[in-house]
Design a protein around this ligand. Structure first.
Ligand code: AP5
Length: 212
């Protein structure tokens, strides 16, 4: 099963992609998580990406294309993959098509999480993230022990790009560059719009139905 999660910042892509990956036993590949890890480790990739990410701007296509190219060459994706946060531009989508062709794979589903802007802003203003496993917590999905990750006990942090002015910038990047991808994939009959408002469990059920 090869799946892409599309949707604006705060739509729940990471939350749902992690759950689906765990349930189906396929890796969730998040370019945002991989880039944040590189920033935390201070690698050359992280140094290139940090200023752009903190400002809420997209990092260059060639950087993220390289990350996904490496991931798709790994035996870990033999049974499938879930892409979360990639592709984000038409150029990335075209690059992905070429990579999938080279690896003899095809896309099965594009889950499009639909959430109104006021809900997105509210979710991102209350988000805390685990710096170790990148799990997200929010007002309606709090950690069991306030301020600490349920899974690894790490102290939760607020992402620099969740500041209100950066959130506005990310929404603009989404509208200008990523929203076009729905039309890119529509002719293939793989786009599955899913209402992303409701509890995490309700949205998860809708995704399961959309994948049937
Ligand atoms: P990335 O990490 O991909 O960020 P994003 O797309 O802005 O998405 P978010 O992580 O903010 O939201 P999400 O949809 O995953 O929602 P989540 O599940 O966390 O990218 C960050 C940056 O990296 C980019 O700005 C860019 O600079 C760079 N980058 C990454 N990929 C790139 C690419 N391909 N090209 C170029 N640059 C790239 O949920 C949000 C909150 O809501 C959480 O608090 C969660 O607990 C809560 N929540 C989730 N579901 C529900 C629910 N049903 N009800 C209530 N609360 C909920």
């Amino acid at each position: 099963m090869n799946v892409i999660f599309l949707g604006p910042p705060g739509a729940g892509k990471g939350t749902q992609a992690k759950r689906l990956g765990a349930k189906r036993g396929v890796p969730q590949l998040s370019t945002g998580d991989i880039l944040r890890q590189a920033v935390a480790e201070g690698t050359p990739l992280g140094k290139k990406a940090k200023a752009l990410m903190d400002a809420g701007k997209l990092v260059p296509d060639e950087i993220v294309n390289g990350i996904i190219e490496d991931a798709l060459a790994s035996p870990a994706v033999a049974k499938g993959f879930i892409l979360d946060g990639f592709p984000r531009t038409v150029a990335q989508a075209k690059a992905l098509d070429e990579m999938l062709d080279r690896h003899g794979k095809q896309l099965d589903h594009v889950i499009l999480l639909v959430v109104p802007i006021e809900v997105l802003v509210d979710r991102l203003s209350g988000r805390q993230t685990c710096p170790v496993d990148q799990a997200s917590y929010g007002k309606e999905h709090p950690p069991k022990r306030p301020g600490y990750c349920d899974k690894d006990g790490a102290k939760l942090v607020v992402r620099p790009d969740d500041m209100p002015d950066r959130v506005r910038q990310r929404m603009q990047e989404y509208e200008n560059k990523t929203a076009l991808l729905t039309d890119y994939y529509k002719p293939r009959g793989v786009v599955r719009p899913v209402d992303g408002v409701g509890t995490v469990e309700e949205v998860e059920k809708r995704i399961q139905q959309a994948l049937r």
